[in-house]
Design a protein around this ligand. Structure first.
Ligand SMILES: O=c1ccn([C@@H]2O[C@H](COP(=O)(O)O)[C@@H](O)[C@H]2O)c(=O)[nH]1
Length: 239
């Protein structure tokens, strides 16, 4: 896989027209992420658009609900023939197990390959202080992220989303076949914004990430293609 195939760019926009404009500005991007904003505002049409253009799709709707609802949502999502689907690990063991079974059912119904199911460990917009004082979770953040990843692995999910800060430990414990995806990636020249656990693209890949999700540093740049190429150059120069 080339370095550019390891960068997933989110379509965090409100309309298909804005999404298509972005896709056309960045023809080299092979992997796009559809998240809550676009899916809630426009529904599944964007998935058809991306498939027609032979793009890979990360459907990042972060399901978090009771087991029956998570299973139903995963079954429906799996009918679209997307590559990756996210579920919050904190939905719990039963919800994760039910999602695994439902994903196969959905893919069968849709006549497509089943997606890889990816657990959210802890949002990259949260830091240790948020975890301890606001969420009242009494364990250290890296240990919490690891436990969420292990729960996902035990229940049959294929990978996890974590920040670049935890990825090396998760790689060591979960092994090479567990897909690790890192948002919270910021080139040195970009603005950090609402992300709290960040590293540069090179650092995140060196730490063990399979894929990087990089949005605003590319999508809000005055020239998105230049920003994308700068990041690809940084990644090509690491050994
Ligand atoms: O823990 C998480 C899980 C998902 N995301 C998503 O990734 C992108 C990041 O975009 P940036 O503009 O690079 O911050 C965004 O779509 C999030 O919904 C995440 O950031 N952290």
């Amino acid at each position: 896989m080339s370095v550019s195939d390891r960068i997933i760019v989110p379509l965090d926009v409100a309309t298909e027209a804005d999404a298509i404009a972005l896709i056309e500005k960045l023809p080299q991007v092979s992997f796009w992420k559809v998240g809550l904003e676009l899916f809630v505002s426009r529904g599944s049409e964007i998935l058809r658009i991306l498939k027609n253009r032979e793009k890979r799709i990360f459907l990042d709707l972060k399901f978090h609900d009771i087991p029956n609802t998570v299973a139903g949502a995963t079954r429906a999502a799996a009918t679209y023939g997307v590559d990756l689907i996210t579920i919050h690990a904190v939905a719990g063991r039963e919800a994760l197990k039910r999602a695994v079974a439902a994903s196969d059912e959905g893919a069968k119904a849709g006549g497509c390959a089943p997606p890889k199911l990816i657990a959210i460990t802890l949002l990259t917009s949260l830091n240790s202080r948020d975890l301890a004082f606001d969420l009242k979770v009494p364990i250290e953040l890296p240990e919490y992220a690891l436990q969420m990843a292990l729960l996902a692995q035990e229940t049959g999910l294929h990978g996890a989303v974590c920040s670049p800060h935890e990825v090396s430990q998760l790689r060591q414990v979960c092994g090479d076949n567990f897909i690790l995806i890192c948002p919270g990636v910021r080139p040195k020249w970009s603005v950090i914004g609402d992300q709290r656990r960040t590293m540069t693209p090179g650092e995140a890949i060196k730490a063990g990430a399979d894929y990087l999700v990089i949005g605003r540093p590319i999508t809000t740049a005055s020239n998105p293609l230049d920003a994308w190429e700068k990041i690809c150059d940084e990644l090509s120069s690491i050994n």
